[in-house]
Structures are given as structure tokens and as C-alpha cells.
Write a protein that binds this ligand. Structure first.
Ligand code: CO
Length: 276
């Protein structure tokens, strides 16, 4: 159980007022206590360090299996456990999604990064029972202006979303900020897959949509922890699952896709990025 008494009395009173007005709120049990937040923060630090470790090494000629080994070994070295390994049968310690792969790509010795590729490396860590999850895009050498732009716009979508993360904001505004920026730039946002609450489990409530409407959805309150991880396509928003491996999501039209993932805490004054 979260202890709402960890928050100042006016925060509690304000939550009660909104509840009475009929705003949807996350159950108190999913709000994080200061101790839990400290644990999640430490987990997030490892997650960031593992992504930094990858960033220092990733290059043309490297296989995605090599990335998997870096992530696996560095996570263990820092005292963590790679959360993807064995998660619902996922066979590897990290997701690596290249070009038209949208997410959940499985590392393989057969996938060798080529100059011009864009790749999402999605790292998730369990540390002392606390979960963290963030991902970055990497551009391999020089790439096309179209791909560069897709990677940049998708990151800007996350920046725009973060501006909406503050107490008494609405979760719908977070997704709206993503959708608006993507559409303004002629890109399309994947609807089927979204962000999620996280902390004591890998995936908690709520589902975080990136095609939501303004002034809708859950009320944001201090102690909420969730991910913002939009998948943005240059072409159609439609996607499909690779039926051979059961995991990899591809764009339906073969267009390129990018994703950045940040893990964020709603504080009493705004937000704190726990992992990126
Ligand atoms: Co995630």
C-alpha cells in the first residue's frame, strides 16, 4: 500500500476534491511511497548506465546479439537483472528494433547493423525488486535526412509530452502532446502499443496512449510513475506482429519507425525523469 500520508495535507485534500468532482484517479495502492520511489530511482540509474554502455559501443558491423550481451553483462555487473529475459517467454535481455521494426525486436547474431540504420535499444532493469524501463534511438553512421528527421521528431514528441507531466494535469494531455507534434510533422503514431505504469512490476496500470485527447484520462497526482514511449512511423500507423517469432512488431507498409522511452515520476511540483 502506498502511504498517501507521505504527501502534504493540501495534496491529499486536493486529490479528495478531484475525486468528489468525478475525475478518474489511479487507485492509491499504485501510488509510490518515498521509499519505493528511492528504489525505483536506483533501478533507473542502472538502466541509464546500461544504455550509456551501449551508446559507447554501438556501431556499424555490430550484431544485435552483441548488444544483447553488453546489456546482459553490464546489468548483472551493476547488480541488476534484465527484466525482458523470460518475460512472457521473451528470449533475450533487451529489445532491439531496426528501421521498419516498431518495437520488441529480438536480438540476433544474424542482424548486423549497417551504416544508415536506425535502431531502438529498449532496456529494462529489476533492482532490489524495483523496475525501470527506458529506450533510445541510435543512428548508425550517416543516415538519410528522412530518418534523421524521424528520430528527432519522435524525441521532440517525448519532450512535448514531458511538459504535460505535472500534478493535476491529465494523462490524455500527455498523449495528445505526442500525437499533435507527430501529426504536425506528417508522421503517424502507433495506437495499439503504449506506455504503462511501472515500479513494483514491469507493466502496471495505467495504459498510456499516445493518440489521446486533450483534457481526458486519469488525473496526474504525485507518486504516479509511468513510461512515455511513443512509436512514430514515417508512413501509416498500422503495424503487425511477426508470426514466426511472435514478438517483433513491424510497420504494415514497411516505412521506418522510431521510439524513445522515458520513465517519469509525478512530483508535487512537476515531474522527475527516472530513466532515459
Ligand atoms: Co516500456
Amino acid at each position: 500500500m502506498a502511504t498517501p500520508d507521505a504527501f502534504s495535507p493540501d495534496v491529499l485534500q486536493r486529490m479528495e476534491e478531484y475525486r468528489h468532482k468525478g475525475y478518474p484517479l489511479l487507485p492509491d495502492s499504485l501510488l509510490k511511497t518515498p521509499q519505493q520511489i528511492q528504489g525505483i530511482r536506483e533501478s533507473g540509474r542502472i538502466n541509464v548506465a546500461v544504455l550509456d554502455h551501449v551508446a559507447e559501443r554501438i556501431a556499424a558491423g555490430v550484431s544485435t546479439e552483441q548488444i544483447n550481451q553488453w546489456v546482459h553483462e553490464e546489468t548483472l555487473r551493476l547488480g541488476g537483472i534484465p527484466a525482458p529475459l523470460g518475460y512472457q517467454g521473451f528470449p533475450k535481455s533487451v529489445c532491439t528494433s531496426v528501421n521498419d521494426q516498431v518495437c520488441h525486436g529480438i536480438p540476433s547474431p544474424d542482424v548486423i547493423l549497417q551504416e544508415g540504420d536506425i535502431i531502438n535499444v529498449d532496456v529494462s532493469t529489476i533492482y532490489n525488486g524495483f523496475f525501470s524501463d527506458s529506450s533510445r534511438m541510435f543512428i548508425i553512421g550517416n543516415t538519410s535526412p528522412k530518418r534523421q528527421r524521424l528520430v528527432r521528431i519522435t524525441k521532440e514528441c517525448v519532450d512535448a509530452a514531458l511538459e504535460q507531466v505535472k500534478p493535476w494535469g491529465r494523462l490524455g494531455d500527455v498523449g495528445y502532446a505526442v500525437h499533435r507534434h507527430a501529426r504536425k510533422n506528417g508522421c503517424n503514431v502507433v495506437r495499439e502499443i503504449g506506455g504503462h505504469g511501472i515500479g513494483l512490476a514491469f507493466h502496471e496500470e495505467p495504459f498510456v496512449s499516445f493518440v489521446s485527447h486533450r483534457n481526458s484520462g486519469l488525473l496526474l497526482v504525485p507518486g504516479m510513475v509511468f513510461t512515455i514511449e511513443p512509436m512514430v512511423n514515417l508512413g501509416s500507423a498500422h503495424v503487425y506482429v511477426d508470426t514466426d517469432d511472435g514478438w517483433t512488431i513491424y510497420t504494415a507498409d514497411g516505412s521506418d519507425s522510431a521510439q524513445w522511452e522515458v520513465q517519469v515520476l509525478v512530483t508535487e511540483t512537476g515531474c522527475e525523469v527516472l530513466a532515459w
